[in-house]
Write a protein that binds this ligand. Structure first.
Ligand SMILES: Nc1ncnc2c1ncn2[C@@H]1O[C@H](COP(=O)(O)OP(=O)(O)O)[C@@H](O)[C@H]1O
Ligand SMILES: [Mg+2]
Length: 688
């Protein structure tokens, strides 16, 4: 950080000190006894890779909510707080809970740590995103004080420095035969310190081949005195980093010829052999295989089942035994989270294979399905295409555009409801938490249960992301894109969709585009209606007028005419024109009016005055009535003809401004949507 920009005064001093503190902590170096002291005060620094990952996730806290009467835990870690939500995973909490349970029992050493965790699901279901979050998290955690971990180097009297190639835990330098006693002692004090960890301190396995070799040589040199030998050890803080290839590895299947176990374990370095004069010197081995790189952290197997079967056996063996076997060397114990992922088609391909037995035995499969909750799916696209991400000068996105794309994506994943009177759109809304008369939570749960392939088939978010991008860059001259443009893009892309070659399915997806367009039409129509009718004063006047008439009607009186000063019969036509808007039949009108008056009367006793917001139904009826009255005066339909007189234009501008202020439109998209709704009404008028 440059000094010239640092704040001055005490604040500046504190800022400077803080950075220095972090820097010092992250670059901590000390002797082996110093390290033992660290372990005494903060036993958690000795946690293994699974314990670290699990604690990292827990460290961000949880939220609890109920869905279908089941209590669900949301781990806030999956909101990606480390990186402003960039890789957040939404919506699949039930499955993430299962994943977390697996990690928990791995952290407790109950078995899963000896398996490969295999994320399984359709393409684009967030498998890679989950692993990316883990890798990012593990890297981040190693930089925090509470996530610190350590490793060591040999510093020889000659000045030569030989780091542990697998950046192992320094406690492994304690000879196997002494460990039991030492661990007992360490654990005794560990319990009583403030930094107590929820795990016992444990040291698993022998040193890596290089360190074992060095250990032997240096012991010889020190005449067998471990205390003297250990002075040649320099312990240091270990910062994991994917870029630096420390503690985070990725293995990706290439072509089959390339699948050589050295890619995982490392290879002989022939030049070093020449220098050292022996091929059995472990220092002549490059421990740069992916398993070595990832030690202490996490290794990801991308599209794991695309790997050659023979090769997979090696990998599964490695995870089961926790050891790798570098060429010509003894087995080496590793400490890393092993996680792979596979698409459903790959998994199915192997289903008939006898290899599947072995695979099932050695992996823990965690399903990662698509999102089926509309509002969660919309979060993906809002994150990807939010205002901050769209650069200045780029086209804007009209309200509902991303939501409609999300609606279609979710619809393609739902199975048709078996109940005849339930539409697929209604089912989507039920899943989204809306209520429908006649449907209880239990019914919805039942709906979910009876659908077999739901959330495993359908459109992937990646397809939708690509099509939204296309719509954004397509040069149409419009400064803003709307739902129709995106829906058309989504529909058009189906022709060449590489993963859907089933014509029936394409047809169904196209029909669903139609369902979404219809829904969109309803939404914007409603919004424009509300914008036109959202003249508070006008509604208030209409409401007052209605109530005066209702009062006169129920009390069999007349209404004072403000204009003539005389008294008139209650205006039945006015009252009915409002009541009809909310489907109150003539036979029910008296009850409705009487209930309303009773309510107003009760309010008056409490000294309160009625206002139209207190009765949702009446409010809606008033809005619709007002819209009907104003529609003609605004001459919405004249918008379509492009010739608008100034007076009408002024009225339209007011409505447009309401769309901008209340519904999030910008100038262009508001005009756009007004034109569209006008055209709907024009069609409607023509029909009449
Ligand atoms: N549940 C989800 N939450 C957030 N984003 C998701 C979710 N499912 C898919 N995505 C998004 O879809 C895209 C594809 O996800 P990815 O993790 O690469 O899928 P996979 O590895 O399963 O094929 C990514 O941009 C990802 O952010
Ligand atoms: Mg992937």
């Amino acid at each position: 950080m440059s000094n010239s920009q640092a704040p001055s005064g005490i604040l500046g001093m504190i800022a400077g000190l803080q950075d220095l503190q972090t820097y010092r902590e992250q670059n901590w170096e000390g002797s082996f006894p110093d390290y033992l002291e660290l372990v005494r005060t903060r036993p958690s620094i000795t946690r293994n890779a699974y314990q670290r990952l699990y604690d990292l996730i827990l460290s961000f806290g949880t939220e609890q909510y109920t869905e279908y009467k089941k209590s669900i835990i949301r781990y806030k870690f999956f909101d990606d707080p480390m990186d402003n939500g960039k890789d957040a995973v939404f919506g699949i909490d039930v499955h993430l809970m299962k994943l977390l349970n697996t990690l928990k029992s791995a952290a407790l050493g109950l078995g899963p740590e000896k398996r490969v965790i295999l994320l399984h699901g359709p393409v684009g279901s967030a498998k890679s995103s989950i692993v990316r979050l883990f890798k990012k998290g593990v890297e981040w955690y190693s930089r925090q004080p509470e996530g610190a971990l350590y490793t060591f180097s040999w510093v020889l009297p000659s000045g030569e420095v030989v780091p542990s190639p697998l950046h192992e835990e320094p406690l492994r330098l304690i000879p196997l035969e002494m460990r039991k006693v030492v661990l007992e002692e360490l654990n005794k004090t560990a319990r009583t310190t403030a930094g107590a960890s929820r795990y016992r301190i444990d040291i698993e396995g022998d040193l890596d081949p290089v360190s074992r070799f060095m250990f032997r040589e240096q012991m010889k040199d020190c005449g067998g005195d471990w205390l003297q030998m250990i002075q040649r050890i320099r312990v240091r803080r270990l910062l994991l980093s994917e870029k630096d290839r420390v503690g985070i590895g990725t293995f990706q299947p290439k072509d089959e010829k390339n699948q050589d176990s050295t890619e995982l374990t490392g290879d002989i370095n022939y030049r070093r052999i020449a220098e050292l004069g022996s091929d059995s010197d472990p220092r002549a081995f490059n421990f740069d295989g992916e398993f070595c790189v990832a030690n202490r952290g996490i290794i990801e197997f991308v599209e794991m089942l695309k790997l050659d079967v023979a090769f997979l056996y090696d990998l599964l063996g490695a995870s089961q035994e926790h050891v790798i076997k570098p060429k010509k060397f003894a087995q080496t114990v590793i400490d890393e989270v092993i996680i792979g992922h596979t698409n459903e088609p790959e998994y199915k391909r192997l289903q008939s294979n006898e290899f599947m037995e072995a695979l099932r035995d050695r992996t823990i499969k965690v399903d990662v399905p698509y999102i089926t909750k509309w509002s969660d799916e919309a979060k993906i696209y809002r994150r990807d295409f939010n205002k901050q991400r769209l650069s200045a000068g780029q086209r804007t996105i009209a309200p509902h555009t991303l939501e409609m794309a999300a609606m279609w994506a979710v619809l393609t994943r739902l199975e048709d409801p078996k109940k005849a009177n339930l539409s697929i759109l209604q089912k989507l809304k039920l899943y989204d938490g809306r209520t429908l008369p006649g449907y209880t939570e239990d019914n919805v749960k039942e709906l979910r249960k009876t659908a077999v392939r739901e959330a495993l088939d359908g459109i992937s978010p990646r397809y939708v992301q690509d099509k939204i991008s296309n719509a954004l860059v397509r040069d149409t001259g419009a400064p803003s894109i709307n739902a129709f443009m995106v829906l058309n893009e989504l529909e058009g892309g189906l022709k060449n969709h590489s993963l859907i070659n089933d014509e029936d399915r394409k047809k169904r997806y196209r029909e669903l585009i139609g369902v979404v367009k219809k829904e969109y039409e309803d939404i914007v129509k409603n919004e424009v209606q509300k914008a036109i009718a959202s003249d508070e004063n006008a509604i208030m006047r209409l409401c007052g007028n209605y109530i005066d008439n209702v009062k006169a009607f129920t009390q069999k009186e007349r209404v004072k005419n403000a204009f003539t000063g005389g008294y008139d019969e209650p205006d039945e036509r006015l009252m009915r024109s409002i009541e009809e808007k909310i489907d109150i039949p003539v036979s029910r009108k008296e009850d409705f009016r009487r209930e309303l008056m009773n309510y107003i009367g009760a309010l008056a006793i409490d000294g309160k005055q009625f206002n139209f917001r207190m009765n949702e139904r009446l409010y809606h009826a008033l809005e619709l009535k007002l819209f009907e009255d104003q529609k003609d005066s605004i001459k919405l339909s004249s918008l379509v003809s492009q010739v608008v007189d100034p007076e009408t234009q002024a009225k339209i501008d007011v409505v447009k401004q309401r769309l901008i202020d209340q519904y999030g439109y910008d100038d262009y998209s508001a005009t756009d949507v007004l034109h569209y709704v006008a055209s709907i009404f024009a069609r409607g008028d023509a029909k009449e």
